[in-house]
Design a protein around this ligand. Sequence first.
Ligand SMILES: O=C(O)C(=O)C[C@]1(C(=O)O)C=C[C@@H](O)C=C1
Length: 321
Amino acid sequence: MSLTVNSLRWRTLTSGGGAVHGQRSAPVGPGDRDPQLLVALCRTRADLAPDGDQVLAALARDACRPLSVAEHAARHGMTPAGLRTAVRRGAGCGPKDYLLGIRLGRAQRTLAATELPVAAVARRVGYDDPAYFSRLFTRRVGMAPLPGPTGTHGPGRLERPRPRPRRPTDDRTPAHDMTPGSRPPHPARATPTPHGPPDPRHVMWTPMTTSNNREVDPAIRAELGRLRESIDNIDAAVVHMLAERFKCTQQVGHLKAAHHLPPADPNREAQQIARLRRLAESANLDPAFAEKLLNFIIAEVIRHHERIAEDALNGVKPPVN
Ligand SMILES: O=C(O)C(=O)C[C@]1(C(=O)O)C=C[C@@H](O)C=C1
């Protein structure tokens, strides 16, 4: 079967409901989806030049070393411009941004997994000035770096709340916390602040909601209903895909435990992130969001791997497939 990601994406979405593409075909229920197609999509790999992959993986390996972009380029026999083109093609961003993402991702994980002070983590990922590191971290991650794991469930690296006082006129999108159950505050429920009433631009959202018992124009309700049917189908597809992914990663976990391989593989992750950022960019999805989502999923997988490795050490037999 020869399927490209784009044709799969198109077929998957169009099979789930016409509203996604502006057509008016009747949306179908989750039972009508072709699970084979979803699984095929899970298993399909987008094309990425292997040498591009290698450059990104090598950059990821060296990311915390005190090297300039020109020095990184020279290590690969490239000019800085050539390196910029290769990284942009593979990761959807320039080398500086790519290296920064790798450094801060590592810092996030080290902070979540250890009790090391921020200055020590900063040094580990290549920053001698902890204040400068904190500024970069806060700007990119959306919260200040804090040492130590927080929360009792889920992966640590995305789950810390990031309280940033919102001024009434501050309409920048907040970085989303991915703690299960947590959401950005509902704008329409914004409470008056010491500076005055809630931002009227936010309160404008209220008439679009249907859960506050207001009368809603039947045509609008019907349109909303059609869109929500497609959203429900897409959510169902996401759940099925994640379930397939976790089935694969469980097997990887058992394989790693049986052969004493470490649960995490940072080089593989760097390649996955670069690839996903590139795919996100071509799909008009925010690459930073795609990276955050993948990090969130991988952190959960690593937790599973660690548990499987622990079970293996305690003599718990893996399930028979
Ligand atoms: O490929 C692996 O080695 C995995 O364990 C799977 C996976 C993933 O979820 O994609 C999880 C952890 C690793 O750090 C890298 C990737």
